[in-house]
Structures are given as C-alpha cells and as structure tokens.
Design a protein around this ligand. Structure first.
Ligand code: GLY
Length: 346
C-alpha cells in the first residue's frame, strides 16, 4: 500500500474512533480520499495487450516496434492495422460485416501519452481507419471526423478508396436480409445467449482494442472495428468514442473495451476503468467494477449482451473482466506471449 493510501486509511480509522463505527459510513468523504494514485513508470519493459485471440498476431506487429525501443503510439497503430487488413476478420476493417444497407462503416480511435487523440466514425471505403484517426489527431485541430467528411479528409490525405465488402460478408448479409430481423448481435462465441444467432454468428468477435507501454514508459492505445453487423446506417458504437472504447492517461494507465457499444458508452466505460485504477484498483478489479455497473443498471439486458474491458496500469500490470464468458485477450512482453481468457459475471 502506498504511503498516501496508508494515510487515507489511517485518517478514516481516526474518524471512526471519534465518530463511532456506525458513523463511519455516514461520514462525508474528504477530497483527499480521492487523490490520484500515480504509479512510477516502469521503463525498459515494453508490453502490448489486445482484445481477443486475433490480438496475438496484432501484438506481433506492435512488438516489431516496441521491441526496438519504438514509440507506443506507432506500435498500436501498426498492431491494429493487421486485423484491419485481414479480409477473414469480419468485425474489423476490410471484410467487416456491413450495416443493414450493405455498407461497411468503420469506427476507430487512437490516443497517445499526452492526451492527444483522434477518431473517425462511420467511415466508408478506407481499410485503415486507425491511420485516418491518427491523421485527424496529427493534421487537424479536431478530435473526431465522421461519415462523408471523414472520407473526404482521408482521400485528401492520400488514403486509397476501396471496396471493403467481401464476397463472404455480402453473402451473409443477403442471407440476413431474408428475415431482416433487426437484432444487432455482437460476440457470439458463447452461442448460448442468443436465441437466433445471425448468419456467421460464431465467428462474430468484434473490436480490437490495443494498449501498449513503450521502453520509455509511455502509454498509447488504439481501437478499431466495423461495429455491429447489420446496424442502422450511421450507428456509431463505443470504439471511436474517447472515454468509452478507449482511454489513456499516462500517469495511471489505459483501458479499452469490446462488446455492445451502447452499454459501454452509457457508463463512459474505459474512462471509468482508468479512474478506478487511479483510485488504486488493480486493472482486473477496475474492469470488474465497470462491468458490474452495467449489470446494476440493467440486469436483464446484461444477461443478453457481451461487454469486456481490458486494462493496463503504468506499472505494466494488466487485467480484464467481461459480462459473458470467453472474452479473451493477448499479451506480449519481453517475458511472455500468451492468450488469456478473462473472468466474467456469467
Ligand atoms: N464495440 C463495437 C461496437 O459496439 O460497435
């Protein structure tokens, strides 16, 4: 326990002695109780973590940069570009499942160690949405560009216009059109919790969120997805929303999410996880608390959807927690390369 946290605990015990134990619960919390827990950076010990099994391959690309003392920002961009370019991955970038009108629309954001951030929402025709998000961050005074404006910006900045709808995703979408049942679904790896899984359901993992610490001890994160399959055109999830799908605070840690974006946005999920780590919670406990908040406000809904959080603190400790089982994440550092499955509520 840090000296400051020891101090807070001792001063609370002191109040209890004065007020009596029963009064402790009612005693107003003091501002100092919520002072930041700032971690000393761990230098020369880079690490990258990312959501789902496909994060392993993405981590390898990120490690090419981190392992050579490169910047975390460059590493996370390079890492998530791997699933973005993979047509077999139907939840990110090229080959992503389309919206209900047959359009593949991408959401992505990126954040560095200095609170710089960039985001694109509902971007069509560009494989590497994450690089457009980075361009928004670095080449404009803005944080978010959306829709046609994001596409115009990408084209003006040298990105190539491409068709992102693969034959497989188009075929499955046409199959879905036969019923056109508007029940967007996400993360059906645990197929039991959808009565009527959509075509291709079992492979429907979603977002890649990636967090890295470089040799300098600096943090960055990236998050990119094609979002919910067969969504209403224009629907935006948590992934490009800074504070929801991704948040980085270089003094504390970083968090990212996967799953049903609406539930994550409601609680500003990744920001919440980082703030809980600031108060001293471990990454896993912080992720668990955020998941429990979703459960608390809507237990019926929480049974039917997946949300998973993944977090890392400045010391390089990491952890995850999800509503449903089978939320996996990949870790690569100088010490290990492994895929873990998070604990979950159900
Ligand atoms: N987490 C991805 C989405 O909700 O679109």
């Amino acid at each position: 326990m840090s000296d400051r946290r020891k101090f807070v605990k001792l001063s609370l015990l002191g109040s209890a002695a004065v007020l009596g134990t029963g009064s402790l619960l009612a005693a107003p919390r003091k501002e100092q109780d919520f002072e930041d827990v700032l971690y000393a950076p761990v230098k020369d010990n880079p690490i990258v973590i990312s959501t789902w099994d496909f994060g392993k391959e993405a981590n390898t690309a990120a490690w090419e940069i981190l392992g050579k003392n490169g910047k975390a920002l460059d590493a996370v961009e390079a890492g998530v570009k791997v699933p973005e370019a993979d047509p077999k991955n139907q939840s990110i970038g090229l080959g992503g499942r389309p919206d209900r009108d047959g359009k593949v629309t991408l959401d992505a954001c990126i954040m560095d160690e200095k609170y710089n951030c960039g985001s694109v929402m509902c971007l069509e025709h560009i494989v590497h949405a994450i690089s457009v998000a980075r361009a928004v961050m670095e080449r404009t005074p803005h944080v978010i560009l959306a829709g046609d404006g994001a596409l115009q910006f990408a084209l003006a900045n040298g990105f190539k216009k491409e068709n992102l709808l693969t034959e497989k995703s188009e075929k499955e979408w046409k199959e879905w059109l036969k019923k056109s049942k508007y029940e967007p679904q996400i993360n059906i790896e645990n197929a039991g919790y959808h009565k009527d899984p959509m075509p291709g359901g079992k492979d429907n993992h979603d977002t890649i969120g990636m967090l890295a610490i470089d040799a300098n001890g600096d943090l960055s994160g990236a998050c990119t997805t094609s979002g919910m399959a067969y969504k209403i055109h224009g629907r935006v999830g948590d992934s490009p929303v800074i504070g929801a799908g991704l948040y980085v605070d270089n003094e504390v840690g970083a968090a990212t999410s996967s799953g049903v974006g609406e539930e994550v946005i409601r609680i500003a999920g990744s920001h919440l996880v980082v703030e809980l780590m600031r108060r001293g919670l471990s990454p896993e406990d912080a992720c668990k608390k955020a998941v429990e908040r979703i459960l608390k406000f809507n237990p019926a809904k929480a049974k039917e959807v997946q949300v998973g959080f993944l977090a890392i603190n400045k010391k390089g400790e990491y952890g995850a927690y999800a509503l449903q089982k089978d939320f996996s994440y990949a870790v690569k550092s100088g010490k290990e390369e492994k895929i873990y499955t998070s604990k979950s509520i159900y």
